[in-house]
Design a protein around this ligand. Sequence first.
Ligand code: 5GP
Length: 191
Amino acid sequence: MTTNAENAASSDIVDIVQDPAIAEIRISEAQLQARVCELADALSADYAGKCPVLVGILRGSIMFLADLLRYLDMPLEIDFLAISSYVGRDSSGVVRLLKDLDRSITGKHVVLVEDIIDTGLTLNYVLRILRARAPASLEVCSLLDKPARRLVEQQIKYVGFHIPDVFVVGYGLDYNQRYRNLPFIGSLRMP
Ligand code: 5GP
């Protein structure tokens, strides 16, 4: 027997999936959860005994970071940066720091948690800022990697999924601030 809450949740998801703007589910909720769990296992092994600082980039990384945290059974800290670079589907090419970290990362082991690496310009900008603060180590953990449009190469140690050059939404990723609440990654049908 299903509860009212379960019925409500599943019918909400059906409504969203039937949103005519969603062309296709690219990565299902089950695939996301399984992969995030694997990434957490890798981080747990690599940072055993170290108390890393996980730095989430607002707002796209929120769901990924929240799920990652649930699977990480170790001492850690979290902090956030807010960056603006995109309006709609296309990069303005301008990256701006909207919110800085609340605490110092000097001498700490930092893992930058990103939603997606596309051209690599945002990552390049953020890594420059963080490296200047002399962390003990600095690695990148990105849910998605879209290498087709890369302009700046950076080493991304932890990657959830490599995807082709399609604009995706859901699981934290937006299109004009919508669709972040989808539990899966989908592609948009564009007019
Ligand atoms: P980059 O600087 O690597 O080109 O872009 C990184 C940022 O662009 C990501 O953090 C994300 O906010 C946005 N972005 C790049 N590709 C996509 C995409 O397919 N979907 C969405 N929603 N955002 C994207």
